[in-house]
Ligand binder design. Structure first.
Ligand code: G16
Length: 543
């Protein structure tokens, strides 16, 4: 029998989080688990018959095996065509682009993003819709409903497809196109940026270190930065994607990309440093001796985007996730363009981009991107920075200092409390929610609350409402704290505390951020009764 219907039990309660379904790899590898979820995806979009999809992943452990399973389930469900990245590799933004240029009915991206990979680490499945963006809540809710009732899946009992050979093959009547993961993406980047100006900058001795963290952007960065833009060989480090990312967290922040940070703070620092994450949608930007927070990076990109050919006509508007600092709001105000505050999750930008209301979007979690695709895009951010530096001919630190002098500085930091018992995290959050209405005017560790609420978002395009999107607490004197539970962790709960302090005074914009934010940190610890609920007040990760 070529196609088989396998009876199975529902996988209850598998609600996709901010970025698809993430679990321990062994959970996905358990009998029928991945199969169930893929069938649930197809069922929830009205079946796969006659449809086409893009499939690829970040190369982590189980990527290739999962792709073979997905191909067989797609064939058995009557899909017409699957476009798959060579070797199973596709960065998330490149997958988004392939969905868009091929007009497919969506795509399945295999990644747990910045989470570590390996048989005892994390795996994930994301479904992107035909506009190339992450599935909106209406679609993920339908998937969840499907996983609760699904009792069988269809799978083709056929040999594996060779993913190492570019070109067309056929699987049970379904066309399989194995494509170069970089080619179309590179062509898109050429339309947006002044490659000649960047090439001239490198030829003039501009130095850079790009840490691909043994994740999917390695092949993209090698090709684009070294082969096409002429950066010296060795500019891209950790460029070979590994199934376990070399044992590291492919998370581009000062903690997990500390080797790059150490280099950039040393006497041997190159002019520019950057890193990207597991699936290539996040980025970190760092100049010689100068780390750039994702919120500041967004603001700088918005302020200078017009220097790149793809944005020379100006940008329509900007959107940022709610916990992201308001630095980009200040730029939008000056440019006289619209500015939106959305819940955490790239999917909330999709409608605004489709409607032409925003061009550039960003998140504090190291994501920046534009309407060239419908995902955040790590290399895009790096190339836009390079384009800006090639035109402005200034060191990153100077550029940032000038930016703060013009707009004021939003001191910003995120403090994560990881692997917290789920009950304790819910109790802590519940306790704050219970007090929100009465916080105004109260003082905690010397800081007085001026306003507090729970963020609820009404999509300006389709009117859909997303509530319970995080707690916001403003303090007198321009401080803001945000609390929310992470939607991407796989162990217990992660509480994120986002601290922001606006400083308009030019003479006070060069202080250490953690020092400026300490009073807010202490006020939050007091207000949420951190010691009582968690037994500690020190975060695990500070970025
Ligand atoms: C995912 C989403 C991002 C979001 C992030 C939040 O990132 O794609 O839009 O900002 O999750 O993570 P958390 O809920 O843990 O704060 P990624 O890069 O993991 O896909």
């Amino acid at each position: 029998m070529t196609f088989e219907m396998v009876k199975t039990s529902p996988i209850t309660g598998q609600k996709p989080g901010t970025s698809g379904l993430r679990k321990k790899t062994r959970v996905f590898m358990a009998p029928h688990y991945l199969e169930n979820f893929i069938q649930a995806i197809f069922n929830s979009i009205g079946g796969a018959k006659g449809k086409s999809f893009v499939v690829g992943g970040d190369g982590r452990f189980f990527n290739r095996q999962a792709i073979q399973t997905i191909l067989k389930i797609a064939a058995a469900n009557g899909a017409a065509r699957i476009i798959v990245g060579w070797n199973g590799l596709l960065s998330t933004p490149a997958a988004s682009h392939l969905i868009r240029i091929n007009g497919t009915d969506g795509g399945i991206i295999l990644s747990a993003s910045h989470n570590p990979g390996g048989i005892d680490e994390d795996f994930g499945v994301k479904f992107n819709v035909p506009n190339g963006g992450p599935a909106p809540e209406s679609v993920t809710s339908a998937m969840l409903a499907e996983t609760l009732t699904l009792s069988s899946y269809r799978i083709a009992r056929l040999p594996d497809t060779d993913l190492d050979v570019l070109g067309e093959t056929e699987l049970g009547g379904m066309q399989v196109s194995v494509v170069d993961p970089v080619e179309d993406y590179l062509a898109l980047m050429r339309t947006l940026f002044d490659f000649d100006a960047i090439r001239t900058m490198f030829a003039g001795g501009f130095s850079m270190c790009f840490d691909a963290m043994h994740a999917v952007t390695g092949p993209y960065a090698k090709k684009i930065l070294e082969d096409v833009l002429g950066a010296p060989k060795g500019t891209v480090i950790n460029s070979v994607p590994l199934e376990d990312f070399g044992g590291g967290h492919p998370d581009p922040n000062p903690i997990w990309a500390s080797t790059l940070i150490d280099l950039m703070m040393s006497d041997n620092a190159p002019d520019f440093g950057a890193a990207s994450d597991g699936d290539g949608d996040r980025n970190m930007i760092v100049g010689r001796g100068q780390y750039v927070t994702p919120s500041d990076s967004l603001a700088v990109l918005v302020a200078n985007a017009q220097l790149a050919p793809g944005y020379a006509a100006g940008i329509a508007g900007v959107a940022r996730s709610m916990p992201t600092s308001a630095a980009s709001d200040k730029v939008a105000e000056k440019l006289g363009i619209e500015c939106f505050e959305t819940p955490t999750g790239w999917k909330f930008f999709g409608n605004l981009m489709d409607a032409g209301r925003v061009t550039i979007c960003g998140e504090e979690s190291a994501g920046t991107g534009s309407d060239h695709v419908r995902e955040k895009d790590g290399l895009w951010a790096v190339l836009l920075w390079l384009n800006i530096l090639a035109v402005r001919k200034q060191p990153v630190a100077r550029l940032l200092a000038d930016h703060w002098a013009e707009y004021g500085r939003n001191y910003y930091s995120r403090h994560d409390y990881e692997a917290v018992p789920t009950d304790a995290a819910n109790d802590l959050m519940g306790n704050v929610i219970g007090q929100l209405a009465t916080l105004r005017g109260k003082t905690f560790a010397g800081q007085t609350v001026s306003r507090a609420d729970e963020f609820c978002y009404r999509d300006p395009i389709d009117g859909s409402v997303s509530d319970h999107q995080g707690l916001r607490i403003w303090f007198e004197g321009g401080g803001r704290a945000v609390l929310r539970l992470s939607g991407t962790g796989t162990e217990g709960a992660t509480i994120r505390v986002y601290l922001e302090q606006y400083q308009p005074d030019m003479s006070a914009i060069s202080q250490p951020a953690q020092q400026v934010l300490l009073p807010l940190q202490q006020a939050v610890a007091d207000l949420v009764r951190m010691q009582h609920f968690l037994g500690r007040t020190k975060p695990d990760v500070v970025t």
